[in-house]
Design a protein around this ligand. Structure first.
Ligand SMILES: Nc1ncnc2c1ncn2[C@@H]1O[C@H](COP(=O)(O)OP(=O)(O)OP(=O)(O)O)[C@@H](O)[C@H]1O
Ligand SMILES: [Mg+2]
Length: 262
């Protein structure tokens, strides 16, 4: 299988008033086409920086980021992004918000076709009755569902999510994990998901990469050997529990702490 994302020896430092701040140091990472890659790591280790590099919003000091066999040198239209706080435009309806990327990427597509595509996705995430509402009329979880639709409406090569479920309560979050699983089954895409939630990384990930402390490299890669149609219950199996233990240990190492014995 080809790697859709290939990150090769990437190092980067921010220039700050106090001097250079090395954030990434020799980061290597590969995501095959169609795979879901979850990334976890200590706070401030450079996870959001990594998303900006993959999206082409920033260039690394050294090393290379490849997307679909092309060296990333500038912002990419074929990348979809979702963040913790969905930035939906209040003066547009939910439907019009979801359509937005199509207006940019496919301006000549007939309006009816754009709307049909948006309706198809809103249906998949259970929001069809809300297409004509304004963002402020929806709950946080519903807004995040709409934002997910918007981030994949133009069928991006890769979907990059930076803690998209971080602001939601635990139950809504689990609902969204299931929505994400179902979306993927209908609309296969390659994804990078930054998260602080180890259960989320195991539920959604085909692989989980643990980043080290700053300046970060990929410290540990876990292949998630659970069925694709996993359920929340799958997280309570001995296999999942063992994976969660390993990840927790790796996070403690990344934080510079001795792992607790289990
Ligand atoms: N534009 C910038 N200029 C200077 N320093 C920055 C800039 N962006 C981020 N940093 C610093 O770089 C480090 C890594 O930031 P980054 O946001 O990538 O970390 P993160 O892993 O996403 O953190 P968190 O888990 O808190 O979201 C932090 O110390 C941050 O303060
Ligand atoms: Mg971040």
């Amino acid at each position: 299988m080809d790697n859709l994302i290939d990150i090769k020896g990437v190092s980067h430092a921010y220039q700050t008033a106090a001097g250079p701040l090395p954030v990434l140091d020799g980061l290597n990472m590969a995501v095959p086409e169609g795979e879901f890659c979850a990334v976890v790591g200590p706070s401030g280790c450079g996870k959001s920086t990594l998303t900006r590099l993959v999206a082409g919003l920033m260039k690394p000091d050294t090393g290379e980021v490849w997307l679909h066999g092309e060296l990333v040198k500038s912002p990419r239209k074929t990348v979809g992004m979702a963040f913790q706080n969905p930035v939906l435009l209040e003066w547009r309806t939910i439907l019009q918000n979801v359509i937005l990327p199509l207006e940019i990427v496919a301006p000549s597509m007939p309006k009816a076709q754009k709307e049909a595509r948006a309706h198809e996705l809103l249906d998949l995430v259970g929001l069809n009755g809300f297409a004509n509402k304004r963002p402020s009329e929806l709950s946080g979880g519903m807004r995040q569902r709409a934002s997910l639709c918007r981030s994949i409406v133009h069928k991006p090569d890769v979907l990059i999510m930076d803690e998209p479920f971080g602001a939601l309560d635990a139950f809504t979050r689990e609902d969204l994990w299931q929505t994400m699983r179902d979306l993927r089954a209908q609309e296969p895409f390659t994804a990078v998901l930054i998260t602080h939630d180890l259960r989320e990384s195991v539920f959604l990930g085909d692989q989980v990469i643990v980043m080290s402390g700053r300046p970060a490299h990929a410290q540990y890669t876990l292949k998630v050997d659970l069925p694709a149609d996993r359920t929340i219950e799958s997280l309570y199996t001995p296999e999942a529990t063992e994976m969660l233990h390993i990840l927790r240990e790796q996070i403690q190492i990344a934080q510079g702490r001795a792992p607790e014995v289990h």
